[in-house]
Design a protein around this ligand. Structure first.
Ligand code: CP
Length: 309
C-alpha cells in the first residue's frame, strides 16, 4: 500500500488506512533513533528542504533529524537570512529551490493554504509543517502515534482538547485524525476561542473543563497564544489558568491514568502546571515520536511502502 497523494497537506479527508500506514511505518523506524549509529540508507540521494517562514524548535529540528537519519541531504532555509527578506515571493523562492532539484519541500507559513498553493505548482512533494490557523498534520500524526503506543488502539478512545481551539492548527489536524481513526473528541475552551460550527467535524463542545476531561483517556492541552491577549478574547492569564489550566487537582479528579499531552512550546503555569508537565505528561515522548513519524512520512512520499521500511 502507498499514499495516494504526492504531498501531505492535512489530515482532513485522509482515509484511515493511509493514517494507519503512516503510523505502522513510523513504528518500524522508531528504533533507528535508539541505535548507536542513527542512520539507514533509505533516502540516500534525495534532497529535502526545510522552508520555514515562522519560528520552530521541534518541527524543524525533527524534520532535519528525520531526513538525516534516512541519509537524505537536508538543507534548512530560514526566511530571515534568505532572499525572502528582500521581498522574494513564496512561489519564486520555492521554484528556485526546485530548480536545484529538490525532492521534498517542508513548508511552515503563517498563511493558511500556503503549502497547498505550492503543491499545485511544484513537482516536489510538499509537506505542511503548519500553515496559519489551518493544519499541522505531522504534529497530529505524532500525537496519534503516541496515543496508540500508550493505549494500544485509537478506536473507541475519548480525547479532550482544551484551550484556544480557534487559532490552533494542532487542534484542527487532531480532530480530523482522531475522528477518522474512530476516536471521540471533546473540545473545551473560552467561547471566544471556539470556532462556530466546529461540531460539524463530529467533535463535542464542552463549556466546563472538569466535565470535558472526566473519564477521558487523554487530554491535549493547547498553548495559550499570549500574543492574542490584546484582542480581548479572554479576561486575563490568571483567569484563563483557573478555568482552562491543567493542574494536579484537576488531573486527579479526571480519573486514573489520564494521558496528558501538549504539542509545545508550553506556557508553564498557564495552560499547564509545571508539576503536571514534568511528572505526569508524555510531552517529551511526543517529541521523540515526532522523528519516527516524520521519517515515515518522507519515506512514504518518496514512493516507499511499509514492507521496505
Ligand atoms: N509543536 C510545534 O509545532 O512546535 P514548534 O513550533 O517548536 O515546531
Amino acid at each position: 500500500m502507498a499514499l495516494s497523494s504526492k504531498d501531505l497537506l492535512g489530515l482532513k479527508g485522509m482515509p484511515a488506512d493511509e493514517i494507519r500506514l503512516i503510523l505502522d511505518t513510523a513504528a518500524t523506524f522508531k528504533d533507528v533513533s535508539e541505535r548507536d549509529i542513527k542512520k539507514v540508507p533509505t533516502l540516500r540521494g534525495k534532497t529535502v528542504i526545510n522552508l520555514f517562514y515562522e519560528a520552530s524548535t521541534r518541527t524543524r529540528t525533527s524534520f532535519e533529524l528525520a531526513g538525516k537519519r534516512l541519509s537524505a541531504d537536508v538543507i534548512n532555509i530560514s526566511t530571515s537570512t534568505s532572499s525572502a527578506a528582500k521581498g522574494e515571493t513564496l512561489l519564486d523562492t520555492a521554484r528556485n529551490i526546485e530548480a536545484m532539484k529538490s525532492d521534498i519541500i517542508i513548508v511552515r507559513h503563517s498563511c493558511s493554504g500556503a503549502p497547498h498553493f505550492l503543491a499545485g505548482r511544484l513537482e516536489s512533494s510538499i509537506i505542511n509543517a503548519g500553515d496559519g490557523f489551518h493544519e499541522h498534520p505531522t504534529q497530529a500524526l505524532l500525537d496519534l502515534f503516541t496515543l496508540r503506543e500508550k493505549l494500544g488502539r485509537l478506536e473507541g478512545i475519548t480525547v479532550a482538547i482544551v484551550g484556544d481551539i480557534l487559532h490552533s492548527r494542532v487542534a484542527r489536524s487532531n480532530i480530523y485524525g482522531l475522528i477518522a481513526m474512530g476516536a471521540r473528541v471533546r473540545l473545551c475552551g473560552p467561547p471566544t476561542m471556539m470556532p462556530a460550527g466546529i461540531e460539524r467535524t463530529g467533535a463535542e463542545v464542552y463549556r466546563n473543563m472538569d466535565e470535558a476531561i472526566k473519564g477521558v483517556q487523554a487530554v491535549m492541552m493547547l498553548r495559550l497564544q499570549l500574543e492574542r491577549q490584546a484582542a480581548g478574547l479572554f479576561p486575563g492569564v490568571r483567569e484563563y489558568a483557573r478555568l482552562y489550566g491543567m493542574n494536579r487537582a484537576r488531573l486527579e479528579a479526571a480519573g486514573k491514568g489520564v494521558i496528558v499531552m501538549h504539542p509545545g512550546p508550553m506556557n508553564r503555569g498557564v495552560e499547564i502546571a509545571s508539576d503536571v508537565a514534568d511528572n505526569d505528561s508524555v510531552i517529551l515522548e511526543q517529541v521523540t515520536n515526532g522523528v519516527a513519524v516524520r521519517m515515515a512520512v518522507m519515506f512514504l512520499l518518496s514512493g516507499g511502502n511499509k514492507a521496505e521500511a
